[in-house]
Write a protein that binds this ligand. Structure first.
Ligand code: AMP
Length: 224
């Protein structure tokens, strides 16, 4: 398994720590991270045609049209070399996207090996997202929680600003969670019959969750 490229997807409610867990996974697994949210935010920042089309949608916490996001994802997957595995974060978000992913992976001869589901209660998700800030400026961006006094002090000391993502505002958080429950959570039943779902408890410190994710993944890839 180790010398073959591995193809994974990570899903769960907003706030479950998908990008944090991606960072941990990249330390031990040879994977290219593909975050559709990050790809879209980059398009917004560069004010591309797609960026202009989606910026309002992102700040309202709604889903970008399937046709657009599938095109963005397809282009990213096409750019991978055959030896590179990938870790999808934020895609698919609904059943039509999951069906499109099946089709793309079939065409690229890349089977999906595992779908890691980060499970987190609604109250904890709201707490994490509502307190999430990006320390911006004075070095690389760092994601911190507003209740982490040491991290806040470090940010101020290095001359950074504490920025809140527009989609982390309270009314937008509620909308993102509602969209998640209605459209993304049902993907559990889409992937379960294939025997590739790893359910991981996403409560606790990032380090603890990372240990659980790694253990689940080791087990899954040994069995594949
Ligand atoms: P994320 O960083 O994954 O929370 O994504 C941020 C925002 O990007 C989402 O709230 C959506 O507006 C948009 N987005 C990211 N991935 C997708 C997707 N697969 N389908 C539709 N919209 C997406």
């Amino acid at each position: 398994m180790n010398d073959r490229p591995i193809h994974l997807l990570l899903f769960g409610p907003p706030g479950a720590g998908k990008s944090t867990q991606t960072d941990y996974l990249l330390q031990h697994w040879n994977l290219v991270p593909i975050s559709t949210g990050a790809l879209l935010r980059a398009q917004v920042a560069r004010a591309t045609e797609i960026g202009k089309q989606v910026s309002g949608i992102l700040s309202r916490g709604e889903l970008v049209a399937d046709e657009i996001i599938i095109r963005v994802l397809r282009a990213r997957l096409d750019a991978l070399s055959p030896a590179q595995g990938f870790l999808l974060d934020g895609f698919p978000r609904n059943t039509p996207q999951a069906q499109a992913l099946d089709q793309i992976l079939h065409e690229l001869h890349r089977p999906l090996h595992a779908a890691i589901f980060l499970e987190l209660g609604m109250a904890e998700a709201i707490n994490r997202l509502g307190g999430r800030r990006i320390c911006h400026g004075g070095g690389a961006d760092e994601i911190i929680h507003i209740s982490d006094e040491a991290a806040v002090a470090r940010c101020i000391e290095r001359g950074g600003l504490l920025v809140q993502r527009p989609d982390d505002l309270p009314n937008v958080i509620i909308r993102r969670l509602a969209v998640y429950h209605a459209q993304t959570e049902p993907l559990l039943n889409f992937y379960r019959p294939r025997g590739i779902v790893c359910v991981v408890d996403a409560a606790g410190s990032p380090h603890e969750v990372a240990r659980r994710v790694s253990a689940a993944l080791e087990q899954m890839t040994r069995a594949t």
